[in-house]
Design a protein around this ligand. Structure first.
Ligand code: URA
Length: 238
């Protein structure tokens, strides 16, 4: 692949801009300036630098972010900054999108990709991909509430019953809330909050810790993100 074409594919601007970046000496490979926009490069496994910042080549972008509170999962946020503002311009130019959405006050594991087929695979209700939530509830959870979450509850304005794949009370938390680890395989709007409301409890804090096979990396700070090697990180080996 020509170097300018590679930069274009990775979100470094219009073709002409990519050619200009290269011709002006802003792009290095293996520590050496490559100033010929039409130099042939092997994309797989390539790490190139633009203005001193290293970028690994990815045919499709797939990332995990530790979503901070106070951010909306929308390109056009209404009341809070967008999670997209936490990504560098090349990823925004590549038009990565969130895989589903988390509420403005929900924290934790949020995936982004520019692979539309993968978004469909990860969010399709037929695929039953597991999402794990650490819930801080206002009231203690009794056996009856847990039983109803597992057997299925009816949400307001929704005729279908929804049930949790797992619901495990985790005891009183340092913040004084009552912990619940809830695993869901579907993804309805405000589902966790609505399910807890349906059993007369209330979600005060919500954090997603798992998506499919992937657990939020413990060393990923709120607002931070990192590349994932491929869908196997979430879906397991093909
Ligand atoms: N369920 C909710 O209620 N909110 C989220 O952000 C995610 C799941």
């Amino acid at each position: 692949m020509k170097l300018a074409q590679l930069l274009f594919s990775q979100g470094f601007g219009a073709r002409r801009e990519c050619e200009g970046l290269i011709a002006c000496g802003h792009v290095t490979i293996g520590g050496k300036v490559v100033d010929d926009p039409f130099e042939d490069v092997q994309p797989e496994g390539l790490i190139f630098s633009v203005r001193g910042q290293a970028w690994p080549y990815h045919e499709k972008a797939l990332l995990v972010m530790n979503k901070p509170a106070g951010h909306e999962c929308s390109q056009k946020p209404k009341h809070h900054p967008s999670v997209y503002s936490l990504l560098p311009p090349p990823l925004r130019i590549r038009e990565v999108q969130t895989v589903g959405r988390l509420d403005e006050d929900t924290t934790g594991l949020l995936l982004f990709t520019d692979d539309g087929a993968l978004i469909h695979r990860l969010t399709s209700p037929k695929r039953h991909v597991r999402k794990v939530y650490e819930v801080g509830c206002k009231h203690p959870l009794d056996e009856e509430q847990v039983r109803r979450l597992l057997e299925g509850v009816k949400l307001v304005d929704d005729p279908a019953t929804v049930k949790a794949a797992a619901a495990e009370p985790t005891g009183e938390r340092p913040d004084g809330l009552h912990g619940l680890r809830l695993t869901l395989t579907d993804g309805k709007y405000h589902q966790v909050k609505r399910m807890l409301a349906a059993v007369s409890n209330r979600v005060e804090r919500l954090h997603r810790s798992g998506f499919g096979e992937l657990t939020l990396p413990a060393d990923l700070a709120p607002g931070g993100w990192r590349w994932l090697d491929g869908p196997e990180a979430i879906l397991g080996p093909a």
